[in-house]
Design a protein around this ligand. Structure first.
Ligand code: ZN
Length: 163
C-alpha cells in the first residue's frame, strides 16, 4: 500500500491539492491507520479547543434553555395542588355542615346563606378560577339537593294534611 507523507497530508488539510487528489487521499485516510496517525498530528491543540468550544456552547445553551422551564412547571404544579386541597376541603366542609343542619330543620335559611358565603370568598388569581367554579358547582348541587328535600318534605306534609 502506498502511503502519503507528512507534507502531503498538510497540503490535504489545507485543501491545497486537486479535487481528485483530495478524494483519493480521503478514501485512503479512512482505510489506513498509519496515515490517520500522521493526519491527526497535524491537528493542533488550538483547533481541538475551538472545536470543543463550539460543542460546549451549544450544549450549555441547550441545557440552560431547558432547565428553568422544568423548575417553573414543577413549582406551579405544587402550588396549585395546595390551593386546591385547601379550597376543596373548605367547600366540602361547608356542604357537609349544610347537609347535617338540614336534618336539624335549618335548611330554608342555609339555602340562602351558602351561596352568599361562596360569593364573598375572593379568588386570588387566574389559576384558581377553575377550582372556584368547581366549588360553586358543589354548593349549587348542595342547594338543589336541599330544595329537593324541602319539596319532598312539603309534599309529605300536604299528604298528611289531606289525610
Ligand atoms: Zn497510508
Amino acid at each position: 500500500m502506498k502511503h502519503y507523507d507528512y507534507i502531503e497530508w498538510l497540503l490535504y488539510k489545507n485543501k491545497m491539492l486537486t479535487k481528485e487528489k483530495l478524494d483519493e487521499m480521503e478514501q485512503h485516510l479512512f482505510n489506513c491507520d498509519t496515515c490517520m496517525e500522521i493526519f491527526l498530528t497535524l491537528i493542533d491543540e488550538e483547533e481541538v479547543r475551538s472545536a470543543g468550544k463550539f460543542v460546549t456552547n451549544n450544549f450549555t445553551s441547550n441545557v440552560i434553555e431547558k432547565m428553568p422551564k422544568l423548575k417553573i412547571v414543577k413549582h406551579k404544579k405544587k402550588q396549585k395542588k395546595k390551593i386546591f386541597n385547601y379550597q376543596f376541603g373548605y367547600y366540602v366542609a361547608v356542604a357537609s355542615v349544610t347537609i347535617i343542619l338540614t336534618f336539624g330543620g335549618f335548611y330554608t335559611d342555609l339555602v340562602d346563606i351558602v351561596p352568599k358565603l361562596s360569593a364573598s370568598i375572593k379568588v386570588p388569581n387566574k389559576s384558581t378560577n377553575i377550582i372556584a367554579n368547581f366549588s360553586d358547582s358543589i354548593v349549587d348541587s348542595t342547594s338543589s339537593f336541599l330544595f329537593s328535600i324541602e319539596n319532598i318534605d312539603r309534599n309529605k306534609r300536604r299528604k298528611n294534611i289531606e289525610r
